[in-house]
Design a protein around this ligand. Structure first.
Ligand code: 2M8
Length: 442
């Protein structure tokens, strides 16, 4: 029988989890598997921490922003002093190879989805008027603006508004079947330096729950390709054997640019920058709408190396619901698909939450990382966007189902969609923090 904590116990246990992951300098993504700061994890972490201690939430975002590269990129990992994760700073070699990378703290050389403006919004709403929040708006907003500008400048190679990623890790959905096609064209060279994975020893059933060694070879090979061009942003886009227009990242960018524009307007940031953000949001929203496949009813990524649309059906196909932009009929149809028997309404689900891949899909793997399990943090994003779009009943239903899923208090990295079994890492910070946000905003 699964334990089921009440809300007070659940909130206390989430706060305790975060305390345990706090190494003094940062709240790490997870205690054993991820003992460093991950870019989009930190955005979600600061959202939940805002309900416990606004000043600490501000500090988390500030710590991440302080590691911003001089060219504007927000790196996907900010390394803590400790080791315990591969690939670590030596393998990336970012500071040695690129003058824009900070020497301290050490960082990786790629980025992650731009959800940080959403975190700033929540922090401002929870802690408006506090000195720390005012400081974050004054000093953090321009940094976030530069981050968005970096994405437009370097990651929109065809100037369509569709943002490109150069590594599956940049999507945050590492081994999603979305990337199987593009990764098939990545051929690790014989000069791939040897390596030892650390993640396999840290997850109970690594063979079933983590990406395969074959996948890791490709992940590591892409880093070698980037090292060869010294992480020069434009050269990376020209030379990487993986270059994909990511519809989910693009939708998040459109949404976050709109949110950042609102915050800029409210806090007296330069009008031209606010206007520019709205323009970027408009363009990326249009790119997301253009990626909609009217036959399948979902939006697609695009392999920018081959020019082909990628028809793989995953949770990312619902990206237009995050940022809007579809015609009414297409949007209603998409909402019906999300609630229907292939997704959140699948009769065998433990809770009515859309999994990363539909259980009806031949590629569905209930335990395997981004190939089937449920990620509470992704559900949080949809819920947050639904609320913003006025779909309050949908948002409330999703929140209730998520709280049922996580009521065991393990704050797993992800969950088995059919049994609710916790999988991957335990005491994962972003799971604890979205739970806190759900409990505090109910
Ligand atoms: C996972 O990604 C890292 C690589 O960045 C890994 O598997 O080692 C993903 O779930 C990613 O979205 C997340 O940010 C990170 C830390 O939680 O773990």
């Amino acid at each position: 029988m699964r334990p089921r904590l009440g809300s007070v116990q659940l909130a206390a246990s989430a706060a305790w989890t975060l305390g345990g992951n706090d190494n003094g300098a940062m709240i790490t993504a997870a205690p054993r598997l991820y003992p460093h700061m991950w870019s989009w994890d930190t955005a979600f972490i600061s959202i939940g921490v805002a309900h416990l201690d606004v000043d600490r939430a501000v500090r988390e975002l500030e710590t991440l922003l302080a590691a911003q590269w001089r060219n504007g990129m927000l790196p996907h990992i900010v390394f803590s002093e400790g080791g315990g994760y591969f690939p670590g700073p030596q393998r990336w070699g970012a500071a040695e190879l690129n003058p824009d990378a900070p020497d301290a703290p050490r960082t990786s050389g790629i980025c992650q989805p731009p959800v940080h403006a959403i975190a700033l919004r929540r922090i401002v709403d929870v802690g408006a008027g506090r000195d720390s929040v005012e400081r974050l708006l004054r000093e953090g907003w321009p940094r976030l603006y530069r981050w968005h500008e970096w994405l437009v400048r370097h990651r929109d190679p065809h100037a369509t508004g569709m943002l490109a990623i150069v590594h599956g890790w940049e999507s945050g959905m590492d081994n999603s079947p979305r990337w199987d096609g593009p990764y098939a064209a990545v051929t690790p060279g014989s000069d791939l330096p040897p390596y030892v994975r650390l993640d396999r020893g840290l997850v109970a059933h690594a063979a079933a729950e983590r990406p395969s060694d074959r996948e890791y070879d490709r992940y590591l090979w892409l880093i070698e390709e980037m090292r060869k061009v010294r992480y020069d942003a434009d050269q990376v886009v020209r030379t990487s054997s993986f270059l994909v227009g990511d519809v989910f990242v693009t939708a998040l960018f459109a949404l976050a640019s709109e949110v950042l524009a609102d915050l800029g307007e409210e806090s007296g940031q330069p009008t031209w920058q606010v206007r520019q953000l709205r323009g970027w949001a408009r363009r990326s929203r249009a790119a997301v709408a253009a990626a909609h496949d009217p036959v399948a009813g979902l939006a697609r990524d695009k392999d920018l190396r081959t020019g082909s649309w990628l028809p793989t059906r995953t949770i990312a196909g619902f990206a237009p619901l995050l940022c809007g932009g579809l015609e009414d009929a297409a949007e209603s149809a998409m909402r019906a698909v999300l609630a229907g028997p292939d997704w959140a309404g699948h009769p065998d689900l433990f809770a009515a939450i859309p999994p990363t891949v539909s259980p009806n899909d031949p590629g569905f793997r209930a335990r395997e990382y981004w190939r089937g399990p449920v990620w509470p943090v992704i559900a949080w994003l949809f819920g947050w966007a639904f609320e913003r779009r006025g779909w309050l009943d949908d948002a409330a239903a999703l929140r209730a189902e998520c709280l049922r899923l996580v009521a065991d208090g393990t704050f797993a990295e992800y969950y088995h969609p059919l049994t609710g079994e916790p999988l991957g890492s335990r005491q994962q910070s972003w799971t604890a923090t979205v739970v806190l946000d759900w409990l505090h905003t109910a």
